[in-house]
Design a protein around this ligand. Structure first.
Ligand code: NAD
Ligand code: MG
Ligand code: MG
Length: 335
């Protein structure tokens, strides 16, 4: 394999256990990093805005909580886990002034460093520990004894041991159980944005909703269309995730497998490949980052319009009704 993958035997836990870590933010990634690090014997404090509703929640989880300024002042390693679009302002206001030579600034996604929104001072390490999974799964799998793989990256190695720090941090997150993959900030940022846009979130949601709409337009009941194009998706993906496409194909009928080979390339075709190339180009040349940041500066106008349209769509209202009838699903959580 061209990439380097490291596991528990390759990493020294004592490096991160010997440092003070500040986790800025207690959202999806923040709660997972803070709790996993605490359970891994790391000296963690969570830095939050005064009056944040997460303050009591994090304290109830057994964590030390303080202001962002105080956390950044105390810590050797400052991990920024707040939404990408506000990181540059929060960095300027609450973090930059507390950075001392030998400190480490850490991220879970390379957006702000790669596109130049945050410029760390010389003398400070810049690292990334990026779990390849949503924060709630990072926490859940850790408590279950497994782990989500991490990408580990070093942009600036001021102390000469930035790699030891990031690998040890990933160990504490549980990533060494599944594999820590060495990468660069550019690789992580670009492939992460591409994956979520073209395949995982953008591609998947469009595929599911377009399939659903095709059946509904043809007069089939929305509930049946939901089961067919949405509900079954997880079962198929679980089989692929656990044992490969060949095993998923083995589990489905020959009829379904034949249909897969003939219909799949009709749906995702040369045009789709060209669209993916355009998406990747816009990520690589910074056009996407600029468009997103402009929308954020404009009060998230486009994002909120799209979100409202999605939340009110037939597939969403149909899904909410159906999931409400499943006894085993505590469904439709806010977070
Ligand atoms: P999030 O949206 O869950 O973070 C919300 C938290 O940020 C809040 O709970 C609060 O603590 C804090 N916050 C919000 N607004 C703030 C403000 N104005 N000032 C100070 N704090 C504020 O964030 P997230 O999705 O966990 O993303 C954090 C980082 O992790 C991002 O860089 C993201 O790209 C990266 N990442 C996220 C995921 C994921 O699973 N969501 C996966 C991989 C990497
Ligand atoms: Mg992402
Ligand atoms: Mg079938």
């Amino acid at each position: 394999m061209a990439v380097t993958v490291l596991y528990e035997k390759d990493v020294d836990p004592k490096v991160i256990q010997g440092l003070k870590v500040a986790i800025i933010g207690y959202g999806s990634q923040g709660h997972a990093h803070a709790l996993n690090l605490m359970d891994s014997g790391v000296d963690v404090r969570v830095g939050l805005r005064e009056g944040s509703k997460n303050w009591k929640i994090a304290e109830d989880h057994g964590l030390k909580v303080t202001t962002m300024d105080q956390a950044a002042e105390e810590a050797d390693v400052i991990m920024i886990l707040i939404p990408d679009e506000i990181q540059k302002d929060v960095y300027k206001e609450h973090i930059e002034k507390h950075l001392k030579p030998g400190n480490t600034l850490a991220f879970a996604h390379g957006f702000n460093i790669h596109y130049g929104y945050i410029k760390a001072p010389e003398g400070v390490n810049v690292i990334m520990a990026a779990p390849k999974g949503p924060g709630h799964i990072v926490r859940r799998q850790f408590t279950e004894g497994s782990g989500v793989p991490d990408l580990a990256c070093v942009q600036q190695d001021a102390t000469g041991n930035a790699w030891d720090i990031v690998l040890s941090y990933c160990w504490a997150l549980g990533g060494a159980r599944a594999g820590i993959i060495k990468a660069t900030f550019a690789e992580e940022t670009e492939e992460d944005l591409f994956g979520e846009q073209a395949v995982l979130c953008g591609g998947l949601v469009s595929l599911v909703t377009t399939g659903f709409q095709t059946l509904v337009d043809a007069g089939y009941p929305p509930e049946l269309a939901y089961f067919e194009c949405y509900h079954e998706m997880k079962m198929i993906v679980d089989l692929m995730y656990e044992s490969g496409i060949h095993f998923m194909n083995y589990s489905i009928s020959n009829t379904a497998e034949y249909g897969e080979y003939y219909a799949g390339p009709m749906v995702i075709n040369e045009e789709s490949k060209k669209a993916m190339d355009v998406i990747l180009k816009r990520i690589q040349n910074g056009e996407f980052a600029k468009e997103f940041m402009d929308d954020c500066a404009n009060g998230h106008k486009k994002l909120l319009e799209q979100r409202e349209a999605m939340n009110g769509s037939l597939i969403e209202t149909t899904g909410a009704k159906i999931r409400g009838m499943f006894s085993w699903l505590n469904s439709d959580k806010e977070d």
